[in-house]
Design a protein around this ligand. Structure first.
Ligand code: ADP
Length: 164
């Protein structure tokens, strides 16, 4: 049987413990997971693409079943280029369902061979989003329990020089 690989696409601005929970669950199902960060020039990110990728790479440096990559443009084009047909997404709550359902169906309409697998995180991460982490951090709150240590470190390093 060939290796089963899935792509887990997202902004990862920044990577959170919720993303990590989904990746760990995904590894129980797939041989390899490609964590693919989105490069969208029309979106404003807190972290540069290089910083987002470096955080994911360092977090999973000991795990050869995780590959870190990025993509620009349509996810279906990236999947075709990589010859991968499975997408993993996380479902936190009903609020995620609507948009995730739309995206899965629109991707399928563009590329019928693509399947989207939804994984549900641990309850303790079901409230967690990169957006919340950023808001808490920028308002001076503590994010240590929400993100891997390297995120906390990188944010402190970055904004020590240029306070927001
Ligand atoms: P966010 O939605 O937090 O800004 P991303 O765009 O990077 O993050 O999300 C990538 C994928 O990870 C999406 O499918 C999203 O629903 C999922 N995800 C993000 N945070 C969590 C979490 N805490 N638990 C489960 N899935 C999550």
């Amino acid at each position: 049987m060939p290796d089963r690989t899935a792509v887990y696409p997202g902004s990862y601005d920044p990577l959170t413990n919720g993303h990590i929970d989904i990746i760990e669950r995904g590894l129980k199902i797939f041989d390899k997971i490609t964590v693919a960060a989105l490069k969208n020039p029309s979106k404003t990110y807190l972290l540069f693409l290089e910083e987002r990728l470096e955080i994911i790479q360092e977090t999973f440096s000991n795990n050869e079943r995780i590959e870190v990559d990025y993509f620009e443009g349509l996810l279906v084009d990236y999947l075709k280029k990589r010859n991968i047909t499975t997408v993993v997404r996380g479902l936190r709550a009903i609020s995620d369902f609507d948009i995730e359902f739309q995206m899965a169906l629109i991707n399928r309409s563009m590329a019928p061979s693509i399947e989207t697998i939804f994984l549900v995180p641990s309850v303790c991460y079901s409230f967690l989003s990169s957006k919340l982490v950023k808001e808490i951090y920028l308002l001076g709150g503590e994010i240590k329990k929400m993100v891997p240590a390297i995120v906390d470190k990188k944010l402190k390093e970055k904004f020590k020089q240029f306070p927001l």
